[in-house]
Design a protein around this ligand. Structure first.
Ligand code: THU
Length: 144
């Protein structure tokens, strides 16, 4: 039963990531990304990439989702779905979070527990733990 619910949740998150992708602002790269972040509270926070004429202020979809959530009082998260690909692409590939976004995840998530879902569509997706994406990562626990 739990497994079915988990699969359903993943599909829901992928759907939301795809919907968020429509809001991406990408006049420079034309690479559109959407994300949907599930907080342990049960709330889902969406995000898209937002580019900038000065380039470096660009914010990735994943960080947009995290910053929206944290700014609403959330600090605990279970998983994030990411859907990304070129504006002209007929089919999406697996969009892997950049290093900066992985580091932001390290700040708020347990690397063994937190799952990153990279989705081509609702049926085709890869699931990896944050620990797999950031081996020997540096997080708040390393400062103690
Ligand atoms: N980007 C994301 O939003 N998330 C990723 O996982 C990879 C990259 C964005 C940043 C930039 O707007 C565009 O995709 C091309 O790098």
């Amino acid at each position: 039963m739990e497994v079915i619910n988990e699969k359903e949740k993943i599909r829901e998150l992928i759907k939301e990531a795809m919907r968020m992708r429509e809001f991406s602002y990408t006049p420079y790269s034309h690479f559109r990304v959407g994300a949907a972040l599930l907080a342990k509270s049960g709330a889902v926070y969406g995000g898209c990439n937002i580019e900038n004429a000065a380039y470096s202020p660009t914010n990735c979809a994943e960080r947009t989702a995290f910053f929206k959530a944290v700014s609403e009082g959330e600090k605990k998260f279970s998983m994030i779905a990411v859907a990304g690909g070129a504006e002209t692409a007929k089919n999406l590939g697996y969009c892997s979070p950049c290093g900066v976004c992985r580091q932001v995840m390290m700040e708020f998530c347990n690397p063994q527990e937190f799952m990153v879902i990279m989705a081509k569509n609702e049926e085709e997706y890869k699931v990896m733990s944050l620990a797999e994406l950031v081996p020997e990562g540096f997080g708040p626990g390393n400062l103690g």
